[in-house]
Design a protein around this ligand. Sequence first.
Ligand code: MN
Length: 232
Amino acid sequence: MPDSMFSIPDPVAIPVVGAGSTYPVGRIFCVGRNYAAHAAEMGHDVDREAPFYFTKSAPNAILTGATVPYPPGTENFHHEMELAVAIGKPVFQANSEQAWDAVYAYGCALDMTRRDLQIRERNKQRPWDLGKDLENGAVFAPLTRATDWSPEDDKRIHLSVNGKLRQDAKLDELIWKIDEIISHLSGFYHLRPGDLILTGTPAGVGPVQAGDVIEGGIDGLQPIRLSLSDAE
Ligand code: MN
């Protein structure tokens, strides 16, 4: 085998509460419009059409606590607070039981979005990549294993900017539940360890500016935090 021409950075590895090893970020699948009130604020009717997805590149992922520059090319950079699901074993065409069994852990995540570009692309029926797959655009807090935490019940999901509450909802407002998402998505992909699924954001998304501090949480999970500095 010839040597590689160059090396690329190792994937981001997410700490896992109480575990001796970290969870490397592989593929990042994101569910669109999975809370009714957020679908409405984005101008869409609520429906039970099949879930849809976009992806973020693993090298664009970062860990909680970072300070990153306001990204280029946007004048409307938005926060989206989400529950992330980390896959722990290979699963394909899963039923509900197999879907739950494939979950290794859960964590808080931010789906940072260049909203102006996303909407421009959407209106032209183009892919959302410029709006969604930006550098530092997927943020992960430490994971909590599925043996220690469950998305059942009415756990609260929330996000504040500079201490002011922006997003505040319950996980039971998810239109597509965790097992339903994994069942559906695994009909198209052989899901495997390293795959992370961002399950969608509740209502209350909005713009952030250089100097802002974004803090989010989900009951029982490790909190998440992102700070924005001036554009480069
Ligand atoms: Mn999202």
